[in-house]
Design a protein around this ligand. Structure first.
Ligand SMILES: *Cc1c(COP(=O)(O)O)cnc(C)c1O
Length: 349
């Protein structure tokens, strides 16, 4: 059967209005990649990476965007607008382009990774930089959509969450059950909310088990761990550089209800996890490595017994989104003269 995107495959399980008119780029259906070396090193039964970087615009945001833009065009919207740390902008721009709608995206000045900004511009969005944070930008788009026909496509939009539930469905369909643990980064907290809703829905209709959820924030940007909004969030993981998560309450509830937790990890630990994943062939952007960073830290601290556990880690965005981080955090390639002797010497052969 030809794959036609997540609204086609899972639309009957998503709470979308009648007027929804399918706009798709064949998002979803991403691989759940077994990680044998990581599994062995951490002592688990099986660790899988849900590689969301392989969505059409390079992040999981496409799952929610197909639903949000399909609803918006169905009700006659002409313009979609969002605040973004980058990936939502690229996704909104692509789906709006596909639908023939105008896209406006607000981003925090100077804090968006190159691959994301380039995407938003390439897809034809009107990109506006705000002299402020993501949280400021979100406040502004919420305000403007209250009094104008502009359609809000941030994850406060309930259809974004509906679409993103498909990630949980896919993991369960692949494994034949839910994993024991589900690890993922937490920024504005839409994704953790959606996964938990998706797992609960599948548990009800398919009788599968429920996973425990480990949500991971960046230490410099961890409002759900410190228990209050963070005024000036800072982290290399720009996709989760969010001080006031719109769905923070729901994220805390998901973690608690599932028997899991939300923790914070340093930038150093996140970048190390990024290197570990890349060394086994999966290059992700820094935020996407937070799930592994948290899991590894919990195991090393003796707070998590990996024995016999099946663990799914969502890697939310592709490494190519943030090429700058590699130049900044990893050694630059060696430079030698174009001579065989120099090459032999360097390689020791
Ligand atoms: C948006 C995003 C996140 C955070 O997801 P939330 O739903 O905001 O918690 C994490 N990683 C990447 C790559 C993202 O684009």
């Amino acid at each position: 059967m030809t794959y036609k995107g997540i609204l086609d495959r899972y639309g009957h399980l998503l709470d979308l209005p009648e007027h929804t008119k399918k706009i798709t780029l064949l998002e979803g259906n991403t691989p759940l990649i077994p990680m044998p070396r990581l599994t062995r090193d951490l002592g688990a039964e099986a660790i899988y990476i849900k590689y969301e970087g392989l969505n059409p615009t390079g992040s999981f945001k496409d799952r929610g965007m197909t639903a949000a833009v399909s609803e918006a065009i169905g009700r006659g919207a002409e313009t979609v607008i969002c605040a973004s740390t980058g990936n939502t902008a690229a996704s909104a721009a692509a789906y709006a382009g596909r639908a023939g709608l105008r896209a406006v995206v607000l981003i925090p000045e100077g804090k968006v990774a190159a691959g994301k900004l380039a995407g938003a511009i390439a897809y034809g969005a009107q990109v506006i930089q705000i002299e402020g944070s993501f949280d400021d930008a979100l406040t502004m788009v919420v305000e403007i959509t209250k009094t104008t026909p502009l359609a809000l496509v941030n994850s406060i939009n309930p259809y974004r969450i509906e679409g993103q539930k498909s990630g949980a469905f896919e993991i369960c369909d692949t494994l034949g059950d839910a994993p024991d643990w589900h690890c993922l980064p937490v920024g504005n907290a839409g994704n953790i909310t959606a996964y938990w809703a998706g797992y609960k829905q599948y548990a009800k209709i398919k009788g599968i088990n429920l996973p425990k959820i480990l949500g991971v924030q960046a230490a410099g940007s961890a409002p759900l761990v410190v228990g209050h909004p963070v005024e000036n969030p800072e982290t290399v993981a720009t996709a989760i550089r969010i001080g006031k998560p719109a769905r923070g309450e729901q994220a805390l509830m998901a973690a608690e209800e599932s028997g899991g937790r939300i923790i914070a990890q340093s930038d150093e630990s996140i970048l190390e996890a990024q290197r570990i994943l890349a060394s086994e062939g999966v290059w992700v952007e820094p935020a996407s490595a937070a799930g592994l960073a948290g899991l590894k830290a919990e195991i090393e601290a003796g707070k998590f017994d990996p024995k016999g556990q099946k663990i799914a880690i969502v890697c939310t965005g592709h490494g190519m989104k943030d090429p700058g981080i590699i130049a900044d955090s990893m050694p630059t390639p060696e430079l030698i003269p174009a001579e065989m002797g120099a090459l032999r010497e360097l390689l020791g052969v």
